[in-house]
Design a protein around this ligand. Structure first.
Ligand code: ADP
Ligand code: MG
Length: 853
């Protein structure tokens, strides 16, 4: 291998500075490697030639042989277009140019046979082809044609500036010429054999220049597998590193609270799934690492009791716990439920929300700080700075999709200060040593990797690094520095451990926006670990070393001696509960450092909710059904959509609906509650309570009751304008019924006008009660980006694989990544050399998402 794939694209023959700039700005292609990884969107058949009379009005891309018989200029609103008449022995069509007309006019010859290629339009009773690719037939015949020619992603600007697909194809060919098409293998032999994968070189060749459809399919498979394999490898490694490095609060014992509750007060037998999950949580809490666990379980699967029993483990070890829910109503409900469970155990519990009175709030804050309060439930009011725990050990977040990542990390910081927990260390340096020791004993793999990377960095230091190191190692500054030092998951350029000061010297590539973001996150993490970071550019160091040294010594003098530093806090264990199941495959690729527990079993005796779809004109029948159910003593929900953009309309619908129901079900025989977002919390609560106590039979509401509300006697859920709800919302709503022993029903009311997606959603709801199946359909309909929100979209920014469509390959890849790391954690075996090298290469060009989770 002579050509380095990190070579800038400018050096490739046929590219040149202008095209290089375009490729960089439009497609982000900076190096040979990037170009190689520009995978085609699709392939077209260039062995097939159409006659003009064979063309169809389907806007397809076609190839036609013929001659230009003449040019015309046609005036149009702005400027003019150039039209060429083009004919073959079967008919006439037009070629059209809106730009570059002079050049076209001069270069294309009348009367010579051409092969033209492009999309056809039907316009004014004729076929036309705007901006066709053109090639003299004589030239065309010299080139080999494939039945699958790659069509690359492009942008308007690229094609306007003449970087057409043909051009991209050409430079791709050039790349294969210069590299001789030989690329470093990134997967071990035995995996290639096991899975009958194409080699890297064969795969790359066939993805760009497929020889046969079979080879193309295998090339795609190989490259998708590779992409997913390395993502999984990184995630698994990251998870291992996380466990070895984020110190957790150790809950050593299962004590009186847990045992008393389990033996004397448990209201029902736990399901097997609940038991399994509790065991998983117990293991996490008892280890040295911080728990970061996602608990998935369908509505009604009994997550609350699991949450409560986890909290008992915390209390038994002298820690406080909190539970945060997305809405006031839900917090109240949790609070009331937990209060009942706490009473016989004499546990102190409070609720804090936006509407908590100031005096009460003060009392809560005081009791939190002095440790009298054991459990705090609430909304995001818990996140306020004023809310300080004496020693928060476990934070539980319900219905995670309402909270962002940022909130999760805010909870982290509410943990006990390091010093209050463990005996104060003689110096931070000891601490750093301990971290390293832990690496060595706990995870030889990562430590070894880091060590090797470190040695390599030392060997390849830049000029600026050498200059600065000469000064730092001399005694100019009174402090001892180290270079290429491992802190946590990072290797920093220089560090002074007596002052926890990190100095980074950045080369030119740090100017890219992406790298800047990475740097920022890296700085933030180091800061969390108690380090101060200052950065210099290469130019600053080389150009004016004295002012650099000046700045360093000024910074050093401002940092108080260690020990007076406020210690960073130890994060509490985190349990995130969600009733919107994320399909496992997606979860695997999105949540790097979250472990996942699933409650996949409903408590015994639950009957699945019968779901039907009814059109609006059947409303009378539906009313009759409601009347029958109420006569049996049941209660009914009627839910209306409320969407911000059409808020006014929605309220009107809600009120109209309420009126018609009131007419149909008049007082005093029937009592109706109404709850919506514009009501005061107290009024809402009052109505909810009336319904919960059975004083009203019908609850008319907007989606405010979407999550969490628990009224076991309610057995009918009617969803109005169901076509306007998303699948997961529909499923959540349906989860409000079916909580008691009675058969429950969900009726989806819609108009006759339904889009295909709406139909699919309704059919899915009618067919299935399984939250995971529903989530899969939702994922297919909306795409992963929408479901996960934007913050994680980076993860889903795959080059060739698709976490939804390729989930089988993903599973295969994860399986093999795990197998490799199980067998050979340090990746030290000769057969894993290729993996080690690739992993290192990737770490060097680490993506931002590595730091986010
Ligand atoms: P979710 O997972 O939706 O939060 P909950 O924790 O609210 O579900 O539980 C739903 C209902 O099921 C509650 O009334 C709860 O008391 C009950 N429940 C939970 N676990 C069991 C069980 N193992 N056996 C019987 N009922 C249970
Ligand atoms: Mg719940």
């Amino acid at each position: 291998m002579s050509v380095n794939l990190q070579t800038p694209i400018d050096y490739l023959k046929g590219v040149g500075p202008n095209r290089a700039d375009l490729l960089r700005s439009e497609l982000g292609i900076k190096t040979y490697q990037d170009l190689l990884n520009l995978f085609p969107n699709r392939y077209i058949d260039r062995t097939r030639y159409y006659k003009i009379n064979e063309l169809q009005r389907n806007n397809a891309e076609v190839q036609v042989i013929g001659v230009i018989t003449g040019f015309r200029e046609v005036a149009q609103k702005r400027g003019k277009r150039l039209v060429a008449d083009f004919k073959d022995d079967s008919g006439m069509m037009e070629l059209v140019w809106f730009r570059g007309q002079k050049w076209i006019r001069e270069s294309l010859k009348i009367g010579k046979p051409y092969v033209i290629f492009g999309r056809t339009n039907w316009f004014n009773g004729r076929y036309s082809m705007p901006h066709p690719e053109t090639e003299l037939l004589s030239e065309h015949e010299k080139n080999l044609r494939s039945s699958m020619q790659a069509i690359y992603p492009s942008t308007e600007k690229l094609s306007n500036k003449g970087v057409t697909n043909k051009v991209v194809s050409k430079i791709m060919q050039q790349l294969f010429l210069e590299t001789k098409g030989r690329f470093v293998e990134t997967l071990p032999d035995y995996i290639l054999k096991d899975l009958k994968l194409l080699s890297k070189s064969e795969a790359l060749f066939n993805i760009h220049f497929p020889k046969t459809p079979e080879l193309l399919a295998r090339a795609k498979f190989r490259l998708k597998f590779e992409e997913l394999f390395y993502i999984q490898l990184q995630l698994i490694l990251k998870n291992l590193i996380h466990k070895s490095k984020i110190k957790g609060l150790k809950f050593d014992k299962v004590g009186t609270y847990f045992n008393t509750f389990f033996n004397e007060h448990l209201p029902f037998d736990l399901t097997n799934a609940q038991k399994r999950v509790l065991k998983e949580i117990r293991l996490d809490l008892g280890s040295n690492a911080q728990m970061n666990r996602l608990l998935q379980g369908d509505v009604g699967s009994g997550k609350t009791i699991v949450a409560f029993m986890s909290m008992l483990m915390g209390l038994d070890n002298g820690f406080q716990c909190c539970l945060m829910a997305p809405t006031e109503i839900l917090s109240v409900q949790h609070y009331n439920g937990l209060l009942e469970l706490c009473k016989p155990l004499n546990i102190s519990i409070e609720i804090l929300t936006g509407s908590t009175k100031t005096s009460k709030r003060r009392e809560i804050q005081e009791n939190l700080e002095n440790g009298n309060l054991q459990i705090l439930v609430g909304t995001h009011a818990l996140l306020e700075d004023k809310v300080k725990f004496k020693n928060l050990g476990l934070a539980i977040i319900d219905e995670q999709h309402r909270f962002g990542v940022a909130q999760r990390s805010k909870l982290w910081k509410k943990g006990p200060k390091k010093n209050s927990q463990s005996p104060p260390q003689s110096s931070q340096r000891e601490e750093a040593k301990n971290v390293l020791k832990k690496y060595m004993t706990a995870r030889p793999s990562t430590y070894k990797l880091m060590k090797e990377l470190q040695q390599e960095n030392k060997k390849n230091s830049t000029e600026a690094e050498r200059i600065l190191w000469e000064c730092l190692r001399g005694k100019n500054l009174d402090f001892k520095f180290r270079r290429q030092h491992i802190i946590d998951e990072f290797i920093v350029d220089f560090v002074c451990l007596e002052k926890n000061l990190v100095i980074e010297v950045d080369g030119g590539y740090h100017n890219s926006i992406q790298q800047k973001e990475v740097d920022e996150i890296r700085t933030a993490i180091l800061k969390d670990l108690g380090f101060k970071v200052i950065r210099f550019t290469n130019e600053e160091v080389i150009g004016n070393i004295n002012s650099v040294l000046d700045k360093i010594s000024r910074t050093l003098s401002k940092i108080p001696p260690l020990g007076e530093n406020k210690g960073a806090s130890i994060p509490p264990h985190i349990l995130v509960m969600t009733a919107t199941p994320i399909p496992r495959t997606l979860a695997m690729s999105v949540y790097g450092d979250l472990d996942i527990s699933v409650i996949d079993e409903l408590p015994a005796g639950r009957k699945p909710v019968k779901t039907v779809h009814r059109y609006d004109n059947n409303r009378l029948k539906v009313f009759r059904f409601i009347r029958d159910e109420i006569a049996k003593g049941r209660q009914i929900y009627v839910v209306y959509p409320l969407i911000q953009e059409s808020e006014k309309m929605d309220y009107k619908d809600l009120m109209d609906g309420y009126e018609s129901i009131s007419r149909e079900f008049p007082m005093p025989d029937y009592q109706i509650s109404i709850v919506h977002g514009k009501m005061k919390p107290a009024d809402k609560d009052y109505e909810m309570q009336r319904f919960a106590k059975g004083e009203t039979q019908i609850m008319v509401a907007t989606t405010v009751i979407e999550v969490g509300v628990n009224v076991p006697n309610a057995s009918v859920m009617i969803i109005e304008s169901a076509e306007r709800f998303g699948l997961s919302q529909l499923h959540q709503l349906r989860g409000r019924v079916g909580r008691g022993a009675e058969q429950s029903y969900c009726i989806l009311m819609t108009s006759h006008k339904l889009s295909n997606d709406s139909k699919t959603r309704l059919e899915t709801m009618v067919r299935s009660n399984d939250g995971f199946e529903i989530a899969e359909v939702d994922l297919r309909l909306r795409g992963p980006g929408d479901i996960m929100g934007t913050q994680q979209s980076g993860v889903l920014n795959l080059r060739i694989a698709d976490v939804v469509k390729d989930k089988d390959i993903l599973q295969e890849a994860r399986y093999h990544a795990k197998k490799v790391l199980n067998a050979d954690p340090p990746l030290g075996l000769p057969e894993h050399k290729s993996i080690l090298n690739t992993y290192r290469e990737m770490s060097r060009y680490k993506n931002i998402w590595n730091y986010i989770s």
